[in-house]
Ligand binder design. Structure first.
Ligand SMILES: [Zn+2]
Length: 238
């Protein structure tokens, strides 16, 4: 009985280490997904910004072609007006006047388009600088989050290594049979082989134990296993 008490005492230490290890590993597992999400957000910011800049460049290009069209049409009117002086017949004269009217109407339309476009460009330019500013801030925030995650990952890894390093010392104190049983359970379950019971709940599989079993576990004087998951049960104040 005395030896068993000692083994249970050691198993409690192992259970505490396993519980902490399990917490570390669970958090470590969430980190890559968080990093991927941040990388996705950063990518999204880049793409939105690029699309906005491309749209802006497109509008500027439109402005240049409207301006060029205005110049061409103005030249055309000049040319027609020079021709007016040289025409011989009334028919030629009125046909030229018609052409001039068409081009003048065209110029009006182009000028209206240009005016609207200039206003849009003005708005876009203001918008673009505000949006760029926000994008820079957001990018910095996300990059900092990435760095924080890296730091947390290193911290957890270090903690896990330390915990893992503490285990052999405790395991060496166990009775050979108990140690074998622990090792067998661990390789089968892959994670935690000995765990605490809190409020009659096995902390390994979270199933409820019969009250009698839970009470027996509290005594920490013999090896009791969980009927559902097979883990060795111990009791300590968490
Ligand atoms: Zn269990």
């Amino acid at each position: 009985m005395q030896d068993m008490r000692h083994d249970l005492h050691v198993l409690i230490s192992v259970a505490k280490i396993d519980a902490s290890l399990s917490r570390c590993r669970a958090e470590l597992e969430t980190i890559p997904e968080k990093k991927t999400a941040i990388a996705g957000s950063l990518d999204g910011i880049e793409k939105t910004q690029k699309a906005r800049e491309e749209r802006f460049a497109g509008m500027k290009k439109d402005r240049r072609s409207l301006e060029a069209k205005l110049e061409d049409d103005t030249e055309l009117i000049k040319k027609f007006k020079n021709q007016l002086r040289e025409v011989k017949t009334n028919k030629e004269y009125s046909s030229l006047l018609k052409e001039i009217a068409v081009v003048e109407k065209d110029i009006d339309t182009t000028e209206e388009k240009l005016l609207v476009l200039m206003e849009d460009l003005d708005e876009q330019e203001k918008d673009l600088s505000a949006v760029s500013h926000r994008a820079v801030e957001e990018r910095e925030r996300l990059q900092k989050e990435l760095l924080d995650l890296d730091a947390r990952e290193r911290e957890l890894q270090k903690e896990a290594d330390t915990l893992q390093g503490q285990k052999p010392g405790f395991l060496a104190e166990l009775d050979a049979q108990v140690k074998k049983r622990y090792a067998r359970l661990l390789s089968k379950l892959g994670d935690v082989a000995v765990c605490n019971v809190v409020d009659e709940i096995c902390q390994g599989c979270f199933s409820r134990l019969p009250p009698q079993t839970a009470n027996e576990v509290k005594l920490n004087d013999r090896l009791i296993t969980c009927a559902s998951c097979g883990r060795i049960l111990v009791h300590y104040e968490a």
